[in-house]
Design a protein around this ligand. Structure first.
Ligand code: SAH
Length: 389
């Protein structure tokens, strides 16, 4: 049935043979008649069968591979989802009740994110192809997990290119409200309906645990604090004080609740609704541990230069103002600013601040956000633990 398949151009089959999920429009020789969002077989110019992908003509990433073998694609999708869910069971004990169950291409499942918060599963669907499979996928997730409710938070700008409206609401189970979860035994209230992302930045869990191990006796600044994840961990690790700064008032409100929920209150636990750039410029920075976890400054390739300027400015000011022997735990979650570039930015900032800065450790996204070795775009979070002397 070669005539109903998508045929790639000569030589353009290599990434697909190497299990990369994306088919760019420039790689395609011919397309059959199809409705956007349909699943079609994919063949090389020589006619070799390569697998199945869903397609959308409106997107520069024309197709996304669901599987690279002869299995019916929905069977492969079911298997991949069940495997992704099973795999997580080995990583987490009862002290952690929130984690990512499905990490898009990282789990070989393009267009689908599923995060578990206690007994509530929050899904994000980024493509038309996956949107059409939503009832099928919801059913698999409901059976593979013990989630009481499955709630959709598909509020992603990328859906516009796909021709999809933003979508939020209950997919199955009971109505959802704020939920309490645990991360390494610490308690967090999560508002899955009104939050950023799906509720928490789960990719930083292991780095929050690291902050706990670094915090004893230290005065801590948690910049870009969101709902206080790093603050709670630092306080649990015995921080002398923690200042949490975020521009979002509701997030800082929840940060306060989360600290209190774990028994951390009093004048050493301080909260600031402020722009981090203003905060670090306007105040002395008498801290022994500074955590910098900004949002992705570069969301597109074209934004890399201004993003690097932003990253450099923050670090220059911090490096200039902190006392000797200060630890700086800093992150970039912009895919387009890779580890090498981020390190160059830190180099420039250190140079301009005139401080001795060394790298003690390198850090990445948590292991429930696996990086697919065949699909490097799944790696985005990088961090450094720095020593400023
Ligand atoms: N470290 C957090 C996640 C941070 S997400 C955690 O572990 O949960 C990035 C946060 O930066 C968001 O909460 C966003 O509201 C905040 N933010 C974005 N721009 C900001 C700015 N200029 N100043 C202060 N906060 C900002």
């Amino acid at each position: 049935m070669t005539e109903s398949a998508v045929i790639l151009d000569k030589g353009k089959d290599k990434p697909i043979r190497n299990r990369h999920h994306w088919i760019f429009s420039g790689a395609v020789r011919s397309l059959p008649e199809f409705e956007n969002g349909s699943i079609l077989p994919v063949r090389s110019a020589e006619g070799d069968f390569l697998g199945w992908a869903y397609f959308n003509r409106a997107c520069s990433i024309l197709g996304r591979m669901l599987n690279f073998d002869e299995r019916p694609p929905l069977e492969a999708l079911r298997d991949n989802i069940e495997r992704a869910v099973e795999r997580r069971a080995a990583f987490f004990d009862a002290s952690t009740t929130a984690y990512r169950l499905v990490n898009g291409e990282g789990d070989g499942i393009p267009g689908l994110i599923a995060d578990l918060y206690g007994d509530i599963l929050v899904v994000q669907v980024s493509t038309l192809g996956m949107d059409r499979l939503k009832p099928f996928v919801t059913d698999i997730l409901a059976k593979a997990t013990r989630a009481r409710s499955i709630y959709e938070r598909s509020h992603l700008p990328s859906r516009r290119e796909e021709g999809l409206p933003m979508a939020e609401g209950l997919l199955s189970g009971d109505a959802v409200g704020p939920v309490e979860i645990m991360e390494y035994g610490l308690r967090f209230r999560v508002d899955v309906v009104h939050s950023q992302k799906t509720g928490l930045y789960l990719d930083q869990r292991e780095n929050r645990k690291l902050a706990k191990s670094l915090a004893a006796g230290r005065r801590v600044l948690n910049a870009f604090a969101y709902t206080g994840g790093f603050s709670v961990f630092a306080l649990a690790g015995g921080a002398a004080s923690v200042d949490s700064v975020d521009v979002s008032a509701p997030s800082i409100g929840l940060a306060g609740e989360n600290c209190a929920l774990n028994g951390f209150t009093g004048e050493a636990v301080r909260f600031h609704v402020a722009d981090v750039f203003d905060f670090i410029r306007d105040r002395p920075l008498d801290y022994d541990l500074v955590i910098l976890d900004p949002p992705a400054f570069a969301k597109r390739k074209g934004e890399v230069v201004p993003a690097c300027r932003g990253y450099k400015d923050i670090h220059r000011i911090v490096f200039q103002k902190v006392p000797r022997s200060c630890l700086v735990l800093t992150f970039s979650c912009s895919f387009f600013v890779d580890e090498t570039l981020f390190r160059q930015v830190l180099f420039q900032a250190a140079r301009e601040a005139g401080r001795a800065v060394s790298i003690l450790q390198r850090h990445h996204q948590a292991y429930d956000h696996p990086v697919n070795i065949y699909h490097p775009e799944t790696e985005y979070l990088k961090g450094f633990l720095l020593f400023v002397d």
